[in-house]
Design a protein around this ligand. Structure first.
Ligand SMILES: [Zn+2]
Length: 256
C-alpha cells in the first residue's frame, strides 16, 4: 500500500508493503516469459497466415510471364503476342462472325469491351485444373497488371454468362455472383431483357439447359432433371444454353 505516499517534504517514500521484492520479481518473470512466448507464437501465426494468403491468392503466379494481346477474338478469347490462343475459363460471350457463323446480338459489343480491358496492357494467366481445351487453346483466368480480373469483369458488366465446366470451377461462385449483379442492374446484354415464358429442361450435373424437342433434354435422368420456365430463370441459377438447341445463340430463341 501507499506506494506513492509522500513524506513531509513531498518526496516519495515507500511503505513496508514494498518489501516483497522476491515474489514480485518472480511474478514479473513469469509474465515476461508468457509475453515472449505469446509474442513468438503470434509472429509465427502471422507469418503462417501471410504464407497461406500468398499461396492461395491467384496473384501468387504474378511471377509468371507478362503477355500482351495481339488480337482480341471475341468476348471470351484472345490471341497473345506469342501466337497462343487463350480461352477465358468459366464464361461464355456471344459469338462474333467466323466461318459460316454470323455475329450474334451483342457479340461485337462483348468483343469491344474485352478489347478495352486487355489491349495495350500487360496481362497474366492463372490456370485451373485443365490448362488447355481440345482446340489447343489455353484455358485461363486473365488478369491485368492493374489487377483487373477479366473473366469476372466480362460477367459483371453483362457481356458474358457463366459457363459451368468441371473441373475448372475455382471461381464459379464468384462468377455467378458477378453475373447476377449484371442481371439485376440490367447491364450489357441483360439490358431491357424481356422475361418470356419458355419451357426449359436442364441438367443439374452439367448445368446446361435445353428446349423441346432437343434429344439431349429428353435424355436427362429424372434425378438430374430440373425445369425452368424462362431463360432468365435458367441464367439466374447459373445454367448455360445447350449449343445444339440454341445454335444461333440465346437471342434468336428470345425472339421466338
Ligand atoms: Zn439441347
Amino acid at each position: 500500500m501507499c506506494l506513492n505516499a509522500k513524506d513531509r517534504n513531498g518526496r516519495l517514500r515507500f511503505s513496508a508493503r514494498v518489501s516483497k521484492p522476491m515474489k514480485r520479481n518472480r511474478n514479473n518473470s513469469v509474465l515476461f516469459f508468457i509475453f515472449i512466448i505469446g509474442r513468438s507464437f503470434l509472429s509465427y501465426a502471422m507469418a503462417y497466415l501471410i504464407f497461406l494468403i500468398i499461396l492461395f491468392s491467384p496473384l501468387h503466379t504474378m511471377a509468371m510471364d507478362a503477355h500482351h494481346t495481339k488480337r482480341v477474338v471475341d468476348g471470351d478469347t484472345l490471341l497473345l503476342d506469342n501466337d497462343q490462343f487463350v480461352r477465358y475459363i468459366g464464361i461464355n460471350a456471344p459469338e462474333v462472325q467466323h466461318g459460316n457463323r454470323q455475329t450474334e446480338p451483342f457479340g461485337t459489343e462483348a468483343k469491344n469491351y474485352n478489347a478495352r480491358l486487355v489491349k495495350n496492357r500487360e496481362i497474366y494467366l492463372v490456370y485451373d485444373q485443365e490448362t488447355a481445351d481440345r482446340h489447343g487453346r489455353e484455358l485461363a483466368y486473365v488478369y491485368t497488371r492493374e489487377n483487373i480480373f477479366i473473366n469476372q469483369m466480362m460477367l459483371e458488366q453483362g457481356w458474358a454468362y457463366c459457363l459451368y465446366k468441371p473441373p475448372n470451377l475455382r471461381f464459379h461462385a464468384l462468377f455467378l455472383k458477378a453475373q447476377r449483379l449484371a442481371m439485376q442492374c440490367q447491364r450489357g446484354m441483360w439490358n431491357g431483357w424481356d422475361i418470356q415464358t419458355l419451357k426449359l429442361f436442364a441438367n443439374k450435373r452439367s448445368r446446361r439447359f435445353h428446349r423441346e424437342p432437343c434429344p439431349f433434354g429428353v435424355q436427362i435422368k429424372r434425378s438430374n432433371r430440373i425445369l425452368f420456365s424462362s431463360l432468365w430463370e435458367a441464367f439466374w441459377e447459373g445454367y448455360a444454353p445447350c449449343k445444339k438447341c440454341f445454335p444461333d445463340g440465346i437471342f434468336a430463341a428470345k425472339e421466338d
